[in-house]
Design a protein. Structure first.
Length: 180
């Protein structure tokens, strides 16, 4: 749909160029060839290197209060270069952890932000639920306040989770049926 989305060269948008595999982005181009710099990036990334609105960690680092910087859990190493100002804000838009692996990952993320001074301590972490599903407290409230004779969880990872709130949880596998 033409005109629906801004151009990637829109002056109001900045394209963040992360370090490539060899980390040449901030090196003296006279010491390396253009070919070496380009080889540092995938084919799809190369076109963005010359955009007039391209920025790298140095730009972000100098003017942190002028950017909203996207950094996924898989790119937290970018914080090493950006060096966020102590007390910077961070929004992590993920659902709350519902298994041990996700809890461990969240603890790792918290530790990174404490290390970089974004959080003074782990207790400064605030979780806001972001998904189309209810959070744990909302599900618990629904289960405990419906007076249902039985509970049949659907679209869930573990129906065992609900057994702590209801005495008659009926498990159903995909494509199975239950007689009520």
């Amino acid at each position: 749909m033409k005109g629906k989305y801004p151009s990637p060269t829109d002056k109001n948008i900045k394209i963040y160029i992360q370090r490539g595999s060899g980390g040449l982005i901030d090196k003296d181009i006279d010491s390396f060839s253009e070919r070496q710099l380009l080889a540092d990036y995938g084919l799809w990334q190369r076109e963005f290197l010359d955009y007039p609105n391209a920025v790298d960690y140095r730009d972000i680092q100098k003017k942190q209060n002028q950017y909203i910087f996207y950094c996924s859990d898989f790119r937290l190493q970018d914080l090493i270069d950006v060096k966020p100002t102590e007390g910077s804000s961070y929004i992590r838009s993920l659902t709350e952890p519902f298994n041990t692996e996700m809890e461990i990952k969240e603890d790792q993320i918290k530790n990174w932000f404490v290390h970089f001074g974004v959080l003074k301590r782990e207790d400064d972490w605030h979780q806001i639920h972001v998904s189309g599903h209810g959070d744990g407290e909302q599900i618990k409230f629904g289960v405990e306040n419906t007076n249902a004779k039985s509970l049949i969880p659907i679209h869930t990872v573990k129906d065992e989770y609900h057994k702590k709130w209801h005495s008659n949880v009926i498990s159903v596998k995909q494509h199975d049926s239950v007689k009520l």
